[in-house]
Write a protein that binds this ligand. Structure first.
Ligand code: HEM
Length: 227
């Protein structure tokens, strides 16, 4: 009898840990989603030319003496690491469960390309992000008026190897976001069961709109700029 109670307690603890993991993943993923919408909106100024984009970049960097960018970056780094660690753990656990012939996640019956590529897509997005921050965040000297962020950005992504990798990374971002957005809302349980399909579809659409928006910059740069 005591061992049965112990087993039940163990099961409850595992269930709670799994729910907490999912909630943390959903919240950190949604925070990044919010950042991406803002980042994409600002990036559309690339199409307005160097003056507008550089003024926007400098304005952001100098907001509250750089404090806004600094705090945003710390928050994004914490969210990203939390999301990645929890995501790898969940993926490995689900893979182990599938090997043993049973499923731990409630939606394993509706496996899609997007849901199956969450781990590999996440790793590609992480590699993209390291390259991306090195290329733009570290290379641009915003306090040097002769250094143009537009010139650096467009000149970099117009290069076929870099632009091509950006487009590939955005394809994975689209899959990741399209699946993740629906899952996050499902986890947080903030919609009624009758809203479920609608929100999943909306999440899928929104994820792809964001990814296509980002992919449009390297495609445009590769087609119109000489390197
Ligand atoms: C493909 C199109 C993209 C372009 C042209 C682009 C452009 C840029 C530029 C120019 C900066 C530097 C801003 C600065 O130094 O103040 C930047 C920063 C950043 N980008 Fe992107 N970006 C793109 C996609 C993405 C994606 C898909 C992600 C995330 C998955 C991302 C995440 C970031 C982050 C975290 C920063 C640093 C933000 C900060 O310093 O506050 N970017 N991006």
């Amino acid at each position: 009898m005591p061992s049965l109670r112990l087993e039940a307690q163990e099961r409850d603890t595992m269930k709670l840990t799994s729910i907490l993991t999912k909630v943390l993943m959903a919240l950190t993923g949604l925070a990044w989603f919010g950042f991406l919408i803002g980042h994409l909106t600002g990036n559309f100024l690339i199409y307005s030319g160097p003056e507008a984009f550089d003024a926007y970049g400098r304005g952001l960097r100098e907001l509250l003496h750089g404090l806004v960018v600094y705090l945003t970056e710390i928050a994004l780094a914490v969210f990203f690491i939390t999301h990645m660690v929890m995501g790898i753990k969940t993926s490995l656990k689900n893979r182990e469960a599938r090997k043993q012939g049973y499923a731990t996640s409630g939606n394993s019956g509706q496996s899609t390309l997007a849901s199956r590529t969450m781990l590999v897509g996440g790793v590609i997005i992480a590699v993209f992000l390291v390259l991306h921050l090195y290329q733009f965040r570290m290379q641009w000297k915003h306090d040097d008026p002769s250094d143009s962020l537009w010139g650096l950005t467009v000149g970099t992504i117009a290069h076929p190897a870099i632009g091509g990798f950006y487009v590939l990374a955005m394809a994975f971002l689209g899959m990741h976001l399209s699946h993740g957005f629906g899952s996050a809302f499902q986890t947080l349980g903030i919609f009624k069961p009758t809203w479920r399909d609608g929100l999943r579809k909306a999440g899928r659409g929104l994820g792809w709109i964001i990814a296509l928006g980002f992919a449009s910059f390297p495609v445009w740069a590769m087609l119109t700029q000489k390197v």
